[in-house]
Write a protein that binds this ligand. Structure first.
Ligand SMILES: Nc1ncnc2c1ncn2[C@@H]1O[C@H](COP(=O)(O)OP(=O)(O)OP(=O)(O)O)[C@@H](O)[C@H]1O
Ligand SMILES: [Mg+2]
Length: 252
């Protein structure tokens, strides 16, 4: 049984169908890429699945539970997490404090002082902070203010923040956007490590085809909201519909 099952997912904005009857499954432990030209509906798809948007039609099932209409905090409780942009970091807090806040919020639903006083729970939180900073290789930077980190480290901290809820499945929307080639290479290594070391299931939207073909087990290709291909990298690469969708754009 697929960990994530999406059936007929549709999202309309007024007269525009941004996601059009999309169906696919993601197996546990898989790294699944979603690609497609600008405006294809990739971000809208992720936002519908993680609860930021409510789908117009269709079903989303996670671990066998129907979560189609779940709110964002409910999808986190179900075991999903989305890595947000740098705006979600607290710039004047340290690296470790940023992850700690996220771990506390995930455990408690929302932040409360009373909760902070419970020492046994705090020990659990500290263990999560250590483990996730280690996972993204920011252990040595733990006492540095988030705002002082280089860009690539900030993006890795966002991933640690997303991991603080100990998700089964991590969603990433263009994690290498704006990164230098070195930072991109580090991020690709990181995604591979996360899948291997934490056993994470990953859904990644990414424009960099080199990145995609290196890390994806399967690739879903969207164009104008609809699925035009779904399969392993080799099959997708040679697909004539995919070639056409990218004509004049990215060369596969
Ligand atoms: N909140 C919204 N209201 C109205 N239209 C929207 C909204 N969000 C997205 N759209 C439209 O839906 C379509 C899909 O957008 P989406 O952002 O999902 O594409 P994308 O594949 O993520 O593109 P990109 O590669 O540029 O990030 C686009 O035509 C976009 O303009
Ligand atoms: Mg997008």
């Amino acid at each position: 049984m697929s960990l994530l099952r999406i059936d007929g997912l549709t999202k309309e904005f007024g007269g525009l169908t941004a996601v059009d009857a999309v169906s696919f499954g993601v197996e546990s432990g898989e790294t699944r890429a979603v690609i497609g030209p600008n405006g294809a509906g990739k971000s809208t798809l992720i936002n519908c699945v993680t609860g930021l948007l409510t789908p117009t039609a269709g079903v989303v099932e996670f671990d066998g539970d129907d979560i189609t209409d779940a709110a964002p905090h409910e999808t986190v409780q179900a075991g999903m997490s989305k890595s947000f942009q740098t705006a979600s970091l607290f710039p004047s807090m340290t690296v470790a404090e940023n992850v700690e806040m996220a771990a506390l919020a995930a455990e408690n639903g929302s932040f409360s002082l009373d909760f902070l006083r419970r020492r046994d729970r705090m020990e659990g939180v500290h263990e999560i902070v250590d483990r996730m900073l280690d996972a993204v290789d920011l252990g040595a930077e733990r006492e540095i203010e988030a705002r002082s980190l280089p860009y690539g480290d900030k993006r890795r901290l966002e991933i640690a923040v997303a991991l603080a809820s100990e998700p089964e499945m991590l969603f990433m929307d263009e994690p290498t956007a704006g990164m230098s080639p070195d930072e991109t290479a580090d991020t690709v290594d990181l995604v591979e490590d996360l899948q291997r070391d934490l056993g994470l299931t990953i859904l990644i939207v990414e424009h960099d085809m080199e990145v995609i073909f290196r890390i994806a087990d399967r690739i879903l290709v969207l164009n104008r909201g609809g699925v035009i291909a779904d399969g392993p990298p080799e099959a997708v690469q040679g697909d004539p519909d995919v070639q056409e969708a990218y004509l004049g754009g990215v060369e596969l």
